[in-house]
Ligand binder design. Sequence first.
Ligand code: COA
Length: 324
Amino acid sequence: MTTRIIATGAYAPGQVITNDDMAKVVDTSDEWITQRTGIKERHISSGENTSVLAVNTARQLLCRAGKKAEDIDLIIIASVTADYGTPSLGCMVQKEIGASNAVAFDITAACSGFMFALSIADKYIKTGIYNNAIVIGAETLSKIVDWSDRSTCVLFGDGAGGAYVEKSQTDGIIEEEIGSKGELYDILTEGHTECKNVFNDKKEEPDPLWYVNMNGREVFKFATKSVVKSVERVLKNAGVTADEIKFVVPHQANTRIVDVISNKLGIPHEKFYMNIDRYGNTSSASIPIALNELNEKGLIERGDKVILTGFGGGMTWGTMLVSW
Ligand code: COA
């Protein structure tokens, strides 16, 4: 028994911000952003919070999978930008779509979040506990970037993407792994909250660590190393060769990272599905948004072998080989 992706979906805020728009906010240029990252534009929320993006994605998934909300067993949302500390986005989605029989929760693994969430859903389904799940990555990163820091604010965008998965006897997830290297946690952080209370003398000052802080070069090195090794291990464990892969859907963080990964793995660049030019880095939403586009374009057929792979804060990584 395995777990199969039956439907994909995505939703992004309507407002599109180009690199030229960014150049009006910070000292940057379309040329710098395009050459260093491959990003041309990104969707930025004009008020919709993360739950709105997640709910719209969930509704699309139900519609495309032809399921009623009451039939859903499990809802897992990956995010680092939830509306609240509690309730979880999962519970907010459950209420809005009316999935009264589901159990719902969130997980946090930054840009690897969708891979972690899908891995968890897969275990619940493979062990027979649940028959199906809605798995979503959703982010409004625009609320946690420092809009005066040109080295980070140009990189990120808002959006959500997801998959409806269910028990399958044939095609589905063939092999997967998730991993973490906590000793590197401080090369990419966001959302730090200080322990301030009436019984200590911490001052009421803004916390600079609330915003995305990143050592870009170290993240770049980690990304290329961890993803290459992870994809190699997954292929080896599955007994599948790189030539058999129809598409790789990588985390959309930087086209140069993907160039390195493609060269090291010996998988041609054309097989890497990219849409970073239109979305920027949407963290946990990036892989499912790209997968949904690939699916909507009809570029994958039943039985095609597809790799989903990503890396992110933590530091974390995750790779999945699926038979579509
Ligand atoms: N516009 C113009 N110039 C900029 C700029 C911007 N938006 N951001 C930085 N610069 C400048 C820097 O100030 C620096 O100038 P200096 O040489 O005068 O000091 C110069 O560009 C080079 O900066 P550097 O940080 O060395 O660039 P880089 O080639 O390493 O690219 C990243 C920066 C962030 C694009 C790259 O390191 C990267 O993509 N890393 C991985 C990040 C990632 O994947 N994060 C998400 C993880 S999920």
